[in-house]
Design a protein. Structure first.
Length: 180
């Protein structure tokens, strides 16, 4: 990838239904079509590796983030690029990722919760409104916008293809983070 000459980890974060997984899958497709080796780790997919008693308490969410951090670093160390799509809803989770993931660029999907609620492909906002779940970040608890990120995209105004293009263009001039 132009501008980046080392294995990288791109962490795409944003509210539920903002387009994290969609953009990540499209980005991975573009990278692979350009002969860039890349792995994709999705927060929901990683969460499904754990036993059924894994919930959405802060410590459960951090356990998922820790797992993704470990997997991302193993890939970067092996020379394989990584794209992560994960909610990463609060500063504790973000700081965990920022403090351990090598060659990291953070992409924040700035999408209004109202737009996310209209999309709601998994029906999570409907379940939260009905009282069936009480842990939906952005509905039951605030989704805090990150204080720091390298690339921002607004999926309420950009198509998925436009957003992926914005991410690729942002990466070209991006300085990757490394743990302190």
């Amino acid at each position: 990838m132009e501008g980046i000459n080392q294995p990288f980890a791109i962490w795409i974060m944003g509210p539920t239904s903002s387009g994290k997984t969609t953009l990540s899958e499209k980005l991975v497709g573009v990278l692979r079509s350009n002969d860039v080796q890349v792995m994709h780790f999705d927060g929901d997919e990683v969460r499904n590796f754990f036993p059924e008693d894994m919930g959405f308490r802060p410590e459960d969410r951090l356990r998922v983030v820790d797992t993704i951090c470990h997997l991302a670093n193993k890939c970067v160390d092996a020379g394989v690029n990584v794209v992560v799509s994960a909610l990463t809803a609060n500063e504790n989770a973000r700081n965990r990722a920022f403090s351990c993931v090598k060659n990291l660029a953070v992409v924040y999907i700035d999408c209004p919760i109202e737009t996310c609620m209209q999309r709601d492909p998994k029906g999570l906002y409907k379940k939260a409104a009905a009282g069936e779940i009480d842990t939906l970040a952005g509905y039951n608890t605030p989704y805090e916008a990150p204080a720091r990120y390298e690339i921002g995209v607004d999926t309420s105004v950009l198509s998925p293809d436009q957003a992926v293009q914005a991410i690729i263009e942002g990466l070209a001039g991006c300085r990757l983070r490394n743990p302190a």
